[in-house]
Design a protein around this ligand. Structure first.
Ligand code: FPP
Ligand code: MG
Length: 319
């Protein structure tokens, strides 16, 4: 069972071991993990969420762990690709694979991890493989919309659609996976909603941390979104503000003609000191809190309480 905090931690260790052994099985002439280390499991938010949702639904431990491994591997694969798109040098406290080996190898190792993720999804429940295919499609659509929007002004609702695809879709899969593993098809709609909302709120907080987070604690560069021409909710709120909007607009335009660290830092200050990062975080917290009544309807009360604690903690995360 996945009832207690100890159960969840023990299962997370199993997920970690499963992923480490899958990577250890890759022949060194294909990819030498020892020579080019990267962190295949980071904060493990998706794995933890899958296990907690499984606990709340009364799912069995072994298949829930397979689903958690599939979720984490899919996420890591997407980050290997994302780091190429963003030319990111630093991830989970280590140089990115893009930095170490370039885009070709980073993309291909990402593809390898996706293949392993599909295997683990099938071990959790056969129908979860097709659901994961759909999920990867949605994530890729979100990433493509983001790519097409680089340097462009997008609205809050356009940003919302993008994050629900690029991040909401995988959290949705995690909750649906728990539902399938628990054999509770009648709760699929509830689980999909919990997953999707959690993912979107998680991404908003990630976007807030890009402005206000500490690079060391986050294990990645910060202030990257404005440098990359990506408009996220904190900046969109600033741009839409009658008072701060014109100054934010001016700084954004100045950055287009050549990003400079000084303007980037000034824009970030405006977003933080104007209260826009705080407002974006408050919106995410509100969404997470609004899930409580839905989580309360899940069959295992002890597991549901642990899932609620996790959701509430997400709202305050600093890294
Ligand atoms: C990180 O977001 C990236 C994602 C949540 C998804 C990216 C999806 C793809 C690249 C599509 C391909 C998907 C697969 C599964 C191969 P972010 O850039 O906001 O976060 P960051 O600040 O940590 O980079
Ligand atoms: Mg990125």
């Amino acid at each position: 069972m996945l009832n207690t905090a100890q159960d969840i931690e023990a299962s997370l260790r199993s997920v970690n071991d499963d992923i480490a052994s899958a990577l250890g099985d890759i022949a060194p002439e294909v990819f030498d993990f020892k020579k080019f280390p990267f962190s295949a499991i980071g904060k493990a938010a998706r794995a933890r969420f899958t296990l907690l949702a499984s606990g709340a639904l009364g799912a069995g431990r072994v298949r829930a762990e397979k689903a958690a491994a599939a979720a984490e591997l899919t996420h890591t694969a997407s980050l290997l690709h994302d780091d190429c798109l963003d030319t990111a040098r630093y991830r989970r406290g280590l140089p990115t694979l893009y930095d170490q080996l370039g885009a070709n190898s980073a993309i291909l190792v990402g593809d390898l991890l996706i293949a392993i993720a599909f295997d683990r999804a099938g071990c959790a429940a056969p129908e979860l493989q097709a659901e994961l295919v759909y999920t990867v499609r949605r994530m890729t659509e979100g990433a493509l919309i983001e790519e097409n929007s680089r340097g462009k002004k997008i609205s809050a609702s356009e940003a919302e659609r993008m994050i629900s695809l690029k991040t909401g879709a995988l959290f949705r899969w995690c909750a649906l996976a728990a539902c399938h593993v628990a054999g509770r098809p009648g709760l699929a709609e509830t689980c999909a909603r919990i997953g999707s909302e959690t993912g979107s709120a998680f991404q908003v907080i990630d976007d807030v941390l890009d402005f206000e987070g500490d690079s060391g604690a986050c294990g990645k560069e910060t202030l990257k979104d404005i440098k990359e021409g990506k408009l996220t909710l904190p900046l969109i709120l600033a741009l839409n503000d009658g008072e701060a909007g014109p100054a934010a607009e001016e700084m954004l335009a100045a950055m287009k003609s050549g990003p400079d660290a000084g303007t980037g830092a000034a824009l970030a200050r405006l977003v933080i000191e104007g209260g826009f990062a705080g407002a974006a975080r408050a919106a995410a917290v509100k969404r997470l809190n609004a899930l409580s009544p839905l989580v309360d309807t899940l069959p295992n009360a002890e597991g549901a309480a642990a899932l609620k604690d996790f959701l509430l903690a997400l709202g305050g995360r600093k890294a």
